[in-house]
Design a binder for this molecule. Structure first.
Ligand code: 13P
Length: 128
């Protein structure tokens, strides 16, 4: 597809229902793009939102690091990352590294539903 973007969708466990609902509501827009997701999020998105997803490793097992590498190699156009602000995570260093690289490379980044709406809207205007 000519204007296809590479978008990563990621959600922490407490936010997985939210990302499935958000992706379902935006399935038409998302289906024009190549969607990557960390392992468990990807499974939930395929099952619950009917979205075609290229699954990476689960976040705690290296999925966040894979996305960070994609950003550093300029192989990702946007990161939608529904972060749980209320739980401690064993792979917090990976989460921080991923966010740091997204900031460093000026990758469009959404960390909650409102900003995900805004990023998707911006991508849509960019691809019109
Ligand atoms: O932990 C994550 C992001 O930090 C997400 O990983 P999963 O999608 O495999 O749960």
């Amino acid at each position: 597809m000519p204007h296809q973007k590479k978008i990563a969708l990621v959600a922490h466990d407490a936010k997985k229902d939210l990302i499935v609902d958000w992706a379902s509501a935006n399935r038409d827009a998302l289906s024009h793009h190549h969607i990557y997701a960390t392992g468990t999020t990807g499974g939930r998105l395929m099952e619950g939102a009917g979205l075609a997803v290229e699954r990476l490793l689960s976040g705690p097992l290296g999925g966040d690091a894979q996305l960070g590498a994609m950003i550093a190699e300029e192989r990702l156009d946007a990161l939608i990352f529904f972060i749980d602000p209320l739980s401690a995570l064993p792979h917090d260093v990976d989460v921080k590294s991923l966010l740091r690289l997204a900031i460093l490379y000026d990758t469009p980044l959404a960390i909650n539903k409102s900003s995900a709406d805004a990023v998707l809207c911006a991508l849509k205007n960019d691809t019109d």
